[in-house]
Design a binder for this molecule. Structure first.
Ligand code: SF4
Ligand code: SF4
Length: 569
C-alpha cells in the first residue's frame, strides 16, 4: 500500500506540500481541507464513511422546494484531479512507519450493479426498508436504497447490521457470507468469515448459533441454517489446498515485542492469532498435553472431529505462534518469570475446568466421576469404565455430552436427572433431541440427596422430586423439594455435571491479580486488563462458562487492548 500522510479532518489543516494526505470526513470541512491541500500540490485521499460527500443536508425548504447543502464545493472537489474520493468506506488500520503512515481502507459493497443502473428510481418506489436519513441528521426517513452518491454517481443500498450479525458474539457478516455462498463464491465467503473468525469449521460444528435464534426468517417459517452454511464453506477449505490461511487479512510488520498467553483454549488461540497478525511474537502456555482447551478435552469427538480442531489450530501455529503444551504456570514458571523473560504483556485465559461440587454425602465415592473430568479423560484417551447403569446430574451441554459419551462407552441405561423442567434446561435443544433419540432418558424435577456405596463403590443414588416455585436471580423458576418424594436409583457410575468454575490457584497470593466474589478474574470490562498493569484476562476464567465463540470474542477483544497497551508503552 502506498504510504500516506495521515490527517484527521479539521477546519485548520497544516500545509504539507508534495505529500500524500488522507482526509477523513467528506463534510464541508473535509471538502474545504481537501481543496486547500490539493491546491498546495498535495495528493489527497478524501475518505467518507457514508455513501456520499457533501455533509449535512439542510431541511427541505417549502417555499423554494429545494434542499440545500452546507458545502457548495462538491463539483470542484469532484473535478480536482489531485483528489481521490473514497465514499462508503472505513479506515481499518493505520500503521506508523517512521513518520510515514500505511492506511488500510475498506470500501463497503454498494450492492447495486453500476453499469445497469440508469437512475430510473424504480427501486426507491419498491424498497420496503426505511432508515433514518443520516444526511438529514436523522430528522426524516429514506429507503435503504434511496441514497444517491454524487461522486460516482450511483445508488447505494445502505442497511444497518442485521439481527443475526448483532447476535453473533464476533459479529460475523452473516448476510455477506451467505450471499457469497448463494452466488457459488465459496472462497470469497470463507475469506469474509476469516477476516473476523479464525475457527470457521470449529464454530461450524459446535456453535449453538445464537444468530439463528434471532434470524428474521424464523418469524416466517424457519431461520436460515447459518452455522451449517459456515461449516459447508469451512470444510471445503480444510479439504482444499488453501488450508485455513487467514482470509483477506493483511499481516502487520514485526513489532519486536513478545506476548505470553496462558491457556490454549478458544480465547487464547483467537488472541494469539490476532496478535500474530499484528506482528507480535506470541507464546501460548498450555497445562494440558494438547491445545484447544474445552474444545479439545470438553467436547466429544463425534461433535467436533479432532482433525478439524487440529487443522484450525495448525493455522494459528502457521502464523509463528508457539504453543507449549504440558507447561503449567505456577509450577516452576510464575507470572513474574514471564515478565522477566521479556514478555511485555500477558493474557490469562485458563478457562473454567474445575467441577462444581454437589455438596451431598457420599459424592467422593469411587464411581462418582465429575462431568468435566469424565470428558477430559475420554478425550485424552485415558481408560474409563462406566459399567451398565449411569446417571448424570445436570441440565447443561456437559451433562448431555457426558450422557451421550457414556452410551458410546457401552452403558445400557443412561438417565439424566435435572432439578428443573425442560423449559429451563440450559443445554441446546438440538443436543437434548439428539440425546433422546439415542435412547437417553431425562428425568425432570429431580435432585440428588445422597450417594450410597457397596463394596467401596457407588451403588445407588437417593433423589427427591421437585416442583417449581418463583423465579430466582437467574430468572428461572426455583426448584422446591416435594416432601416425602424420596426415591432411590441403582447405579454403576454417577456423573455430576452441575457446572464448572475457574481454578485460579496457580496465580498464588503474590500475583496482584484481584478476583471477583464468584472466584473469576476481575477486569476492566472495556479493556479486559486486570488489576495488574500489562496482565489481561478473558474467556471462561473471567466470565464463568460461556459458549466457545464468546471466548473467541474475548480473545479478539484482548488482542486489541494488548496492542493498544504495547503501543502506548
Ligand atoms: S459463530 Fe456462531 S453465532 Fe456467529 S455466525 Fe457462526 S454459528 Fe452464528
Ligand atoms: S434473513 Fe436471517 S440470516 Fe439473513 S440477514 Fe436476516 S436475520 Fe440474517
Amino acid at each position: 500500500m502506498e504510504p500516506l500522510h495521515y490527517m484527521v479532518c479539521r477546519n485548520e489543516v497544516s500545509q504539507l506540500g508534495n505529500k500524500t494526505v488522507l482526509i477523513i470526513g467528506g463534510g464541508p470541512a473535509g471538502i474545504q481541507s481537501a481543496l486547500e491541500q490539493a491546491e498546495s500540490g498535495n495528493t489527497v485521499y478524501l475518505v467518507e464513511n457514508t455513501a456520499g460527500i457533501g455533509g449535512e443536508r439542510l431541511l427541505y425548504d417549502e417555499d423554494s422546494k429545494t434542499v440545500d447543502f452546507v458545502s457548495p464545493d462538491l463539483e470542484k472537489v469532484k473535478n480536482n484531479k489531485n483528489i481521490r474520493i473514497i465514499t462508503n468506506a472505513d479506515i481499518e488500520k493505520v500503521e506508523d512507519d517512521n513518520g510515514k503512515f500505511g492506511i488500510r481502507i475498506k470500501k463497503r459493497a454498494i450492492r447495486v450493479i453500476e453499469e445497469k443502473c440508469n437512475d430510473c428510481k424504480a427501486c426507491i418506489k419498491v424498497c420496503p426498508v426505511n432508515l433514518w436519513d443520516d444526511e438529514d441528521q436523522g430528522l426524516s426517513f429514506r429507503t435503504a436504497i434511496d441514497f444517491f452518491n454524487h461522486v460516482d454517481p450511483s445508488y447505494n443500498i445502505v442497511k444497518e447490521a442485521p439481527v443475526c450479525q448483532r447476535a453473533c458474539p464476533v459479529h460475523l457478516d452473516i448476510r455477506g457470507y451467505i450471499g457469497f455462498i448463494a452466488d457459488g463464491k465459496f472462497k470469497e465467503s470463507l475469506a469474509l468469515i476469516k477476516e473476523v473468525l479464525p475457527f470457521p469449521s470449529i464454530c461450524g460444528h459446535i456453535c449453538p448459533h445464537p444468530c439463528e435464534e434471532e434470524c428474521n426468517r424464523g418469524k416466517v417459517d424457519f431461520p436460515l441454517s447459518i452455522r451449517d452454511l459456515k461449516r459447508f464453506v469451512a470444510d471445503i477449505d480444510l479439504q482444499d489446498s488453501c488450508k485455513s490461511k487467514p482470509g483477506m487479512v493483511v499481516r502487520g510488520a514485526n513489532k519486536g515485542k513478545k506476548v505470553a498467553i496462558i491457556g490454549a483454549g478458544p480465547a487464547g488461540l483467537a488472541c494469539a492469532y490476532d496478535l500474530a497478525l499484528l506482528g507480535y511474537g506470541v507464546t501460548v502456555f498450555e497445562a494440558l498435553p494438547r491445545p484447544g482447551g474445552m474444545l479439545a478435552v470438553g467436547i466429544p469427538d463425534y461433535r467436533l472431529p479432532r482433525d478439524v480442531l487440529e487443522k484450525e489450530i495448525d493455522a494459528v501455529s502457521a502464523l509463528g505462534v508457539e504453543i507449549r503444551c504440558n507447561t503449567v504456570i505456577g509450577k516452576g514458571l510464575s507470572l513474574d518469570d514471564l515478565f522477566e523473560k521479556g514478555y511485555e504483556a500477558v493474557f490469562i485465559t485458563v478457562g473454567a475446568h474445575k467441577n462444581q461440587e454437589m455438596r451431598i454425602p457420599g459424592e467422593d465415592a469411587l464411581g462418582v466421576i465429575p462431568g468435566v473430568t469424565f470428558l477430559r479423560d475420554l478425550n485424552l484417551g485415558n481408560p474409563v469404565d462406566v459399567g451398565g447403569r449411569v446417571a448424570v446430574i445436570g441440565g447443561g451441554n456437559v451433562a448431555i455430552d457426558s450422557a451421550r459419551c457414556a452410551l458410546r462407552l457401552g452403558a445400557r441405561d443412561v438417565t439424566i436427572l435435572y432439578r428443573r423442567s425442560r423449559q429451563e434446561m440450559p443445554a441446546s435443544d438440538e443436543e437434548i433431541e439428539a440425546a433422546l433419540e439415542e435412547g437417553i432418558k431425562i428425568e425432570y424435577l429431580v435432585a440428588p440427596l445422597q450417594v450410597f456405596t457397596a463394596d467401596g463403590k457407588v451403588a445407588s443414588l437417593r433423589c427427591m422430586r421437585m416442583e417449581l416455585g418463583k423465579p430466582d436471580a437467574s430468572g428461572r423458576r426455583m426448584p422446591i423439594p416435594v416432601e416425602g418424594s424420596e426415591f432411590d436409583i441403582e447405579l454403576d457410575t454417577l456423573i455430576p455435571a452441575i457446572g464448572q468454575v475457574p481454578d485460579i490457584s496457580f496465580l498464588g497470593e503474590s500475583s496482584e491479580i484481584e478476583l471477583t466474589k464468584k472466584g473469576t478474574i476481575a477486569v476492566n470490562p472495556d479493556t479486559l486488563e486486570t488489576s495488574r498493569p500489562g496482565v489481561f484476562a478473558g474467556g471462561d476464567c473471567q466470565t464463568g462458562p460461556k459458549i466457545a465463540v464468546e471466548a473467541v470474542a474475548a480473545g479478539k477483544k484482548a488482542a486489541v487492548s494488548i496492542d493498544k497497551y504495547l503501543r502506548g508503552k
